[in-house]
Design a protein around this ligand. Structure first.
Ligand SMILES: Cc1ncc(COP(=O)(O)O)c(C=O)c1O
Length: 396
């Protein structure tokens, strides 16, 4: 055993004792299905990934990725501040800026990395230009990577109640001082599948002179006209990811030219990280070609999500405020969420149980995600499996 392993094993035992020990299971994706590696080779239909449009297995993405790899190499070699930007990267950034109706965009290697580095970059602007720290006003359900950004900036965010615009107004009233006021939120919340009130967020940001940042990870590609997302010009900065509706990996920030130039200088995840591979950027370029023509797929996903919500609510199951392709079935206790996940797996479906710290204690759920390749029959069968399993959960 290595010198420190007993410490790590103790840590793992503690997690196991709390019922929180997790590990990545071995599945292999094929089309819309997952196949389990190993002896039983069982297959399950994917209701868990964020590949909403099924683009990660679209041949055009693989072909364009390979083409860009042949043309530009499989790696970028270094940060773009060192090796410069390929014309193809600039071209892609222009397309991404146009997608979000912004002047400019900058590409990052992941959504996590973008979020974790934009908050410190904006906070350092506040200190340098106003001489005062930024105040961060955060929807309490925002993604862990934005909290990571606050931690990296040494900022304790003022959290407002989820999607509660009156509470946001109240905290903005209190946020005095010369420093930058930043509002952080998502347009679609990853664990609840509900939407932010962008109209009011925009109006409050204008009224209180706050800089509004909206994470569109779960809206880009799948929601809004031509898959452009929901923001439609109502934010100062938008984060989009390539990893979900666009079927690849990586992310971008779209904003004004001045904001993007600041991030190019001050966002640690841009400055100190090798630029994403051309193999990935080619795939993203192809996804952007496909998006405008995918209205039917988006409408199909929305219809399936409505059907699934209806099946759940008519049986008294709680889907929270979901109004998108992400539909939680909220059961409360960890063991109940795990029991539902096991039951749906036995029925041939994959949907994950979500537990603390991802959601608050007592709000455990099965997170169901509808995709373009699902059929009505599959959704009905999944709903039946969940309803049957939920009947055998203990009631108290
Ligand atoms: C709202 C939100 N933002 C950012 C991220 C991180 O994106 P990525 O997976 O590209 O790192 C996620 C992914 O889980 C997310 O749900």
């Amino acid at each position: 055993m290595m010198r420190f392993d007993d410490l790590f094993l103790k840590g793992l035992d503690t997690l196991a004792g709390q019922g929180r020990l997790r590990s990545c299971r071995d599945w292999r994706a094929e089309g819309g299905a997952f196949l389990r590696q190993g002896a039983d080779g069982a297959s399950a239909v994917d209701f868990s990934s964020n590949d909403y449009l099924g683009l990660r297995t679209h041949p055009l993405l693989a072909e364009r990725g390979a083409e860009w790899g042949r043309l530009f190499g499989s790696g970028s070699g270094a940060s773009r501040l060192v090796t410069g930007s390929m014309p193809a990267t600039r071209g892609l950034e222009n397309r991404l800026a146009a997608l979000k109706g912004m002047q400019a965009a900058r590409i990052f290697s992941s959504g996590w990395q973008a979020n974790a580095s934009i908050v410190p970059a904006l906070a350092s602007l506040s200190r340098q230009v106003t001489g005062a720290p930024a105040t961060v006003l955060a929807d309490r359900l925002m993604h862990a990577s934005l909290y990571q950004g606050c931690a990296a900036a040494g900022i304790r965010p003022v959290r407002f109640r989820h999607n509660d615009m009156e509470h946001l107004r109240a905290v903005l009233e209190q946020a005095e001082g010369p420093g930058l006021r930043l509002i952080l939120t998502e347009s679609v919340f990853s664990m609840d599948g509900d939407r932010a009130d962008l109209e009011t967020l925009h109006a409050l940001a204008r009224q209180y002179n706050a800089f509004l940042c909206v994470d569109e990870a779960h809206a880009t590609g799948i929601l809004g006209a031509q898959g452009k997302g929901l923001v439609a010009g109502r934010a100062d900065l938008v984060v989009g990811t390539f990893s979900k509706g666009l079927g690849s990996m990586g992310a971008f920030v779209a904003a004004s030219d001045a904001v993007c130039r600041w991030l190019e200088n001050a966002a640690s995840g841009f400055v100190f990280s090798t630029a994403p591979s051309p193999l990935v950027l080619g795939a993203v370029d192809a996804a952007l070609d496909l998006l405008p023509g995918m209205d039917n797929s988006r409408a199909h996903v929305a219809e399936l999500a409505d059907l699934f919500r209806q099946r759940m609510t008519e049986q008294g199951l709680d889907v929270g405020p979901s109004s998108t392709q992400i539909v939680p079935v909220i059961v409360g206790r960890e063991q109940d969420a795990l029991a539902l996940a096991r039951a749906v797996e036995q029925a041939g479906f994959l949907a994950v149980a979500i537990r603390p710290p991802t959601v608050p204690p007592g709000a455990c759920r099965l997170r169901v995600v509808l995709h373009a390749h699902h059929t009505h029959e599959q959704v009905e069968a999944l709903a039946t499996a969940i309803i049957q399993a939920s009947r055998s959960l203990p009631h108290d």
